[in-house]
Write a protein that binds this ligand. Structure first.
Ligand SMILES: Cc1cc2nc3c(=O)[nH]c(=O)nc-3n(C[C@H](O)[C@H](O)[C@H](O)COP(=O)(O)OP(=O)(O)OC[C@H]3O[C@@H](n4cnc5c(N)ncnc54)[C@H](O)[C@@H]3O)c2cc1C
Length: 450
């Protein structure tokens, strides 16, 4: 019995806490919050769910101290953690309006991509690109420059054409390239430090269908394949298993062909993956064999359907992640260096690395700012300490002038960030103007943007 590659990819990460922004639970009279992987936890003094912009404004004005907004809680970095107030815009969701002539649409910021993308399709539009999963909130996704793959496709932030946000002083700002452009440029990827976004307008395209083709090959072949085919597919990426020398290559292209039927999994892939990850954790000597066996359990597959159904590959086994965005022309060399480092250090990691392409954009704090990039991410099973893996690999990413993905783990300082992001000073200028009291900063963000 075999698992299709799509199904295997689907189960490479944790069961989504659907509808829940991270996880909230009351413990001994204290509130506790954790992100999706469980790697970030904190005890806020309040978790609030305003149901309207006026309710949001009232609570922002009335409450004292730190305010952090949470989206879907799917970031690995400590962006949301606070002992102050966590605000979720989960109740502010849905399509507000659309324009069929300009192919633009405005959503409430709390909408999950999983809701927004089908809603967009129903009015004849589609997002240009999407990430591996779709459980992010729209605001959370753009606030960290979330991206998919494709040499000519930019991060989600780059398609934003207007925003409405609330400052910590209680003022609403409607910004766009035509109005308050500096606020707009900062807030398109603002990490929740440039106000609380309530409405997002994006440039979209006509609704479309995608054909996904997944195939397994050796890791060496995959490196050559993505390089030689990167201009032949709208989207191309691979998941690489350095110890088993295997890779799962995925391409996506627009099609008008008939949809393929949706197949139910024949075996519990989640248990299979959990078993492999646990076995590799407890018995590291099995890792190479388990990774090599991927080809036995994963078969070539093709899938066709509406873009919103084909993009996401729900993740079902939790992990923690580091991702750096590197200059595209050095992407393959950087990936080879990452693979070589993993092998030389005998890093005990079963989860694959992911290799994707992202086009340059002009969003101030986007890691893709004016730089066509390759995104390389490395993952560690949530029950394993990720520090040895990320500590060994981060110097490689830094050697190639990598800029960290804001939603993922890194150890860079304010000086590093200022050197890597050409518009850091402009961003800081807007930040101080919007949030002079530093209410939108937690300790992690204060160290970088205080
Ligand atoms: C399984 C998994 C797969 C992933 N796949 C990808 C991928 O393919 N590509 C990729 O680029 N990333 C990926 N990510 C990372 C993820 O897309 C980002 O971390 C994203 O920011 C998460 O969105 P969220 O809604 O969960 O936001 P959160 O993690 O809750 O918040 C992220 C940031 O957005 C801010 N924010 C949220 N709402 C608002 C608001 N209304 N106004 C202002 N700021 C706000 C928060 O304060 C915070 O700074 C993945 C993460 C996971 C767990």
């Amino acid at each position: 019995m075999s698992v299709s590659r799509r199904q295997f990819l689907q189960y490479l990460s944790p069961v989504l806490a659907a509808g829940v922004p991270g996880s909230f639970s009351p413990i001994a009279n204290a509130l506790s919050w954790s992100n999706w992987s469980g790697g970030q936890r904190s005890n806020p003094n309040a978790l609030l769910y305003p149901a309207s912009e006026s309710e949001l404004k009232n609570l922002v004005v009335q409450r004292k101290g730190t305010l952090r907004v949470v989206g879907g809680g799917h970031s690995f970095s400590p962006l949301v953690n606070t002992h102050g107030t966590i605000i979720s815009l989960e109740a502010l969701n849905g399509l507000l309006r659309h324009d069929s002539t300009t192919l633009t649409a405005t959503f409430w910021a709390g909408s999950r991509i999983a809701q927004a993308s089908p809603a967009l399709s129903r009015v004849g539009q589609g997002f240009f690109n999407e990430a591996d999963i779709n459980m992010q909130s729209f605001a959370g996704a753009i606030s960290t420059a979330t991206h998919g793959t494709g040499r000519h496709l930019q991060s989600l932030s780059a398609y934003v054409t207007a925003l409405r946000l609330l400052t910590p002083e209680g003022d609403f700002i409607d910004c766009s390239p035509e109005k308050d452009n500096d606020v707009f440029q900062a807030a398109r990827c603002g990490l929740g430090t440039i106000g609380i976004i309530t409405q997002i307008t994006t440039q979209n395209r006509q609704a479309y269908k995608l054909k996904e083709v997944v195939s397994v090959m050796s890791l060496d072949e995959a490196l050559r394949y993505v390089d030689s085919h990167k201009d032949q597919h709208a989207h191309i990426e691979f998941m690489g298993f350095p110890f088993g020398n295997r890779a799962i290559v995925k391409t996506l292209d627009e099609t008008t062909d008939t949809d393929t039927p949706v197949n139910e999994p024949v075996i519990d892939e989640n248990r299979l993956l959990e078993f492999a990850a646990t076995t590799a954790m407890d018995h590291p000597w099995t890792n190479a064999s388990l990774q090599h066996l991927i080809g036995m359990f994963v078969s070539d597959s093709t899938r066709i359907g509406p873009s919103y159904a084909i993009y996401p590959s729900p993740r079902a086994v939790p992990f923690n992640e580091m991702e750096y965005e590197l200059p595209a022309e050095q992407g393959l060399d950087a990936c080879k260096a990452v693979i070589d480092t993993m092998r030389r250090h005998h890093l005990n990691v079963f989860f694959p690395l992911e290799f994707r392409y992202v086009a340059a954009d002009s969003v101030w704090m986007s890691p893709f700012y004016q730089r066509p990039s390759v995104a390389i991410s490395v993952h560690q099973y949530y029950r394993q300490d990720y520090h040895p893996v990320f500590q060994a690999l981060e110097p490689v990413f830094r050697h190639y002038q990598g800029r960290p993905h804001w939603g993922k783990l890194h150890t860079l300082t304010r000086q590093d960030i200022a050197a890597l992001y050409p518009r850091y000073a402009d961003f800081m200028g807007v930040r101080h103007r919007i949030d002079p009291q530093g209410r939108l900063l937690n300790p992690y963000l204060r160290a970088l943007f205080g």
